[in-house]
Design a protein around this ligand. Structure first.
Ligand code: NAP
Ligand code: MG
Length: 408
């Protein structure tokens, strides 16, 4: 065997929980360590270690990504009441993804991995559609009120008070006591800073992946709030990205959100769709399902300061893990987790001008796709694939099949 590929800068490795933790070890053992002298700064974000460190490990991992620039993350459990019992937790820790995203101020890009034999539900879609969700503000940080009972017939206003005491008021609605006294109201906000960093992340990612960027809002109806998003995107684009986009042969395209939705369905794919917080929440599930399987969806966190974190979009696949613990065979799809590794190794290679590392990442991706297109796949794809000769294999056998093709 030829000499292993060397890495000059460590990759930040964030281990996780359950079935994806098992897969994580096997990917390293079977596909990465035989070929690379793996240099990682390892953080165990498994729930036990988060409990032991009172979640400090998550913060340390995020800071390491800030230091080195690139991380790869395994899926992790976000604790709920059942997990508190199962893991005897002293606190209901926040989602590690939320903590890391807040520390890196990042935007999450989700893209499907497409393979022959698994056709998207939309026949015109030929290339992946990447969704970028603005994960700050709007209804996710709202204040809302039920107007009824003692507040029936209330007059509801927006009130802003400046630090110097200046006040601005606007009527939201006068609930008319006689005819329509009750109802609902909500206040939402966003900040210019957050919208700007979202715009930067989207435009940088578009340049990085050489894909057009689409954005939609409802600025005809919401002439101040929604309009602000459009204006900030325009400003950031004009100020910093216009000539780079032209040089890269890509476009920034704005339209009304309903028009964008219609165009997405008619499109061939192959672009980035920047979505407002709610739109991204809803549309990412639609796009993921329409492309086939959640297990084929990758997720990249990109910060405006140039930090990158790669992961699978799915969770820890708990049901399969319990089968695995009982010694039963599982057929868990490792593709998204594997592509998190190749994405991270490729980015590390790019930043370090380590062409060998980039080439290896591409080769491993190609071997993975070839395995599935040869008809060897896990159960989730087996039910979707329209290949005539197909075989369902278990979790580890699938990785071994990739290893064979990688060695060729
Ligand atoms: P999940 O782990 O994504 O799994 C839900 C179901 O989707 C599975 O039971 C399985 O269906 C199918 N599935 C998902 N990934 C698959 C794969 N790679 N291969 C084959 N099938 C796959 O979601 P969950 O069960 O709701 O959550 C489990 C844990 O993951 C939770 O503790 C949650 O907090 C955590 N989570 C973490 C992240 C993250 O770290 N980014 C994201 C989401 C959830 P079948 O059982 O029908 O085979
Ligand atoms: Mg959602």
């Amino acid at each position: 065997m030829s000499e292993k590929i060397k890495m000059t800068t460590p990759l930040v490795e964030l281990d996780g929980d359950e079935m994806t933790r098992v897969i994580w070890q096997w990917i390293k053992e079977l596909l990465i360590e035989p070929h690379i002298e793996l240099n990682t700064e390892y953080f165990d974000l498994g729930l036990k270690e988060r409990e032991r460190t009172k979640d400090q490990i998550t913060i340390d991992a995020a800071n390491a990504i800030k230091k080195y620039g690139v991380g790869v993350k395994c899926a992790t459990i976000t604790p709920n009441a059942e997990r508190m019992k199962e893991y005897d937790l002293s606190e209901m820790y926040k989602s590690p993804n939320g903590t890391i995203r807040a520390l890196l101020d990042g935007t999450v890009f989700r893209a499907p991995i497409t393979v022959g034999g698994v056709s998207p539900y939309i026949p015109t879609w030929k290339k992946p559609i990447t969704i970028a969700r603005h994960a700050y503000g709007d209804i996710y940080k709202n204040t809302e009120m039920l107007i009824g009972n003692e507040m029936s017939g209330a007059t509801v206003e927006l009130v802003a008070t400046s630090p110097s005491g200046k006040e601005e008021r606007m009527l939201i609605h006068d609930f008319v006591y006689a005819s329509a006294p009750s109802g609902i109201v909500q206040g939402i906000h966003n900040t210019d800073a957050s919208i700007e960093s979202f715009a930067h992340a989207c435009m940088q990612y578009a340049l990085d992946t050489k894909q057009d960027l689409w954005f939609g809002a409802k600025d005809t109806i919401s002439k101040t709030y929604e309009r602000r998003f459009r204006d900030i995107f325009d400003e950031v684009f004009g100020r910093q990205y216009k000539s780079d986009f032209a040089a890269a042969g890509i476009e920034y395209f704005y339209s009304l959100i309903d028009d964008v939705v219609a165009r997405v369905i008619r499109s061939q794919g192959g672009f980035i769709w920047a979505c407002r917080n709610y739109d991204g929440d809803v549309m990412s599930d639609m796009v993921a399902t329409a492309f086939g399987s959640l297990a084929m969806m990758t997720s990249v966190l990109v910060s405006p300061d140039g930090y990158w974190e790669f992961e699978a979009a799915h969770g820890t696949v708990q049901r399969h893990y319990y089968q695995h613990l009982e010694g039963k065979s599982t057929s868990t799809n490792s593709v998204a987790t594997l592509f998190a590794w190749t994405g991270a190794l490729n980015k590390r290679g790019e930043l370090d001008s380590n062409q060998e590392l980039c080439n290896f990442a591409k080769k491993l991706e190609a071997a993975t796709i070839a395995t599935i297109e040869d008809g060897i796949m896990t159960g989730d794809l087996y039910v979707l694939s329209n290949l005539e000769n197909k075989t369902k294999v278990d979790t580890r056998a699938f990785l071994q099949e990739i290893a064979k093709r990688l060695a060729d």
